[in-house]
Design a protein around this ligand. Structure first.
Ligand SMILES: Nc1ncnc2c1ncn2[C@@H]1O[C@H](COP(=O)(O)OP(=O)(O)OP(=O)(O)O)[C@@H](O)[C@H]1O
Length: 327
């Protein structure tokens, strides 16, 4: 499949105004996105997500590297390439607060040679889809944050560009509205054949919505893989073992050496071990340690793991060697 977006060896350094200190916000970032994919750009604060998004939509110029959108270099063929992209940055900022919902949509629909009736029909369709029909005459500054966010996405849809970039689309939304926005985004991809890149801290967005996730940390990509692959990979490695005895001190020292991040919970009648294995063969090392004292094993469960825990593990660097660019 041909990629819609190709980002190669991207770098961006900021210079702090007062101290003149250089900050390497993005260093050597390379990835591509295929048509119809929803890709989550994930990372801790300051990882370089917004900088990357801003470079893709042409708001920032990279120090080096290239960005190609539908085969067009976004610096050499600026207008042609940027026509394929809409961006919703910092949520509701790209709306006119003193215009109504409908007026905003009319304004952004602009003059593209369509008849007034066609524009009105398209706006009506979006108002219904985004559950904003009964708010069409409301001023934007009177809307809730969730409604403003939905309107901002509807505005991005109007441009009919192939790619929509979203920076933190669920930030500050309550659980219900966050869910509603996620559902809308899913429908957009399915019904309108759009490609979406979402920068987010919201693990539900990644787990529910994204096909793939690119995790960045300190300006570099640490993981680029399908969400289902990561879930499977970590589920296989994460074990909870119930024992009907306590572990000896020697056993605990050996576990410490072999599995530094294991968790041991002694109880009155037994104990519990929670352990992540870097390779599945390591289970035999674990059994060797348990066998030393013939510690009786009551049950072994493969741990369920959510995306938040996976993210923490990856960002902490525990699984780095295995995961970098594994897709
Ligand atoms: N205009 C700027 N001038 C100086 N430094 C900046 C500027 N914008 C961002 N930075 C710095 O660049 C780094 C990357 O910032 P960026 O906003 O891209 O990260 P992010 O992953 O989007 O973070 P967050 O999740 O907190 O929004 C950070 O260290 C940030 O402080």
């Amino acid at each position: 499949m041909e990629p819609v977006i190709e980002v190669k060896s991207l770098r961006k350094t900021y210079k702090k105004r007062k101290t003149k200190e250089l900050i390497q916000a993005v260093s050597d970032v390379t990835f591509s996105v295929n048509r119809g994919e929803i890709v989550g750009l994930l990372g801790p604060n300051g990882a370089g997500k917004t900088t990357t998004i801003k470079m893709i939509c042409g708001l920032l110029i990279p120090d080096s590297g290239t960005i190609t959108i539908n085969g067009q270099n976004n610096q050499k063929k600026r207008l042609k390439s940027l026509r394929h992209i809409s961006a919703v940055l910092e949520g509701n900022r790209n709306l006119y607060w003193r215009l109504t919902v409908r007026e905003n949509l009319e304004y952004f629909a602009g003059n593209r040679g369509e008849s007034k009736k066609d524009v009105a029909n398209r706006i009506d369709e979006l108002l219904v889809k985004f559950h904003l029909k009964d708010k069409e005459k409301e001023l934007v500054n009177r809307l809730s944050r969730g409604m403003q966010q939905k309107l901002a996405i509807a505005v991005a849809m109007l441009a009919e560009s192939d790619v929509i970039l979203l920076d933190e689309p669920t930030l500050g939304l309550d659980v219900e509205t966050g869910y509603e926005v996620r559902e809308l985004l899913r429908e957009i991809v399915q019904e309108y054949d759009r490609t979406i890149i979402i920068s987010t801290h919201d693990m539900d967005v990644v787990q529910d919505l994204c096909d793939r996730t690119i995790i960045v940390n300190k300006g570099k990509i640490v993981t680029d893989d399908k969400v289902e692959n990561l879930l499977r990979l970590f589920e296989v490695r994460s074990y909870t073992i119930s024992l009907s005895a306590l572990l000896s001190e020697k056993q605990q020292i050996l576990l410490d050496q072999k599995f530094p991040d294991y968790k041991y919970t002694p109880d009155t009648i037994g104990s519990k071990l929670e352990i992540d294995l870097a390779k599945s063969e390591e289970i035999y090392d674990l059994f060797d340690i348990l066998k030393m004292n013939m510690t009786p094993v009551e049950s072994i469960d493969r741990g369920t793991i959510n995306f938040e825990q996976i993210f923490m593990k990856i960002v902490k660097g525990e699984q780095q060697n295995v995961l970098v660019q594994s897709s």
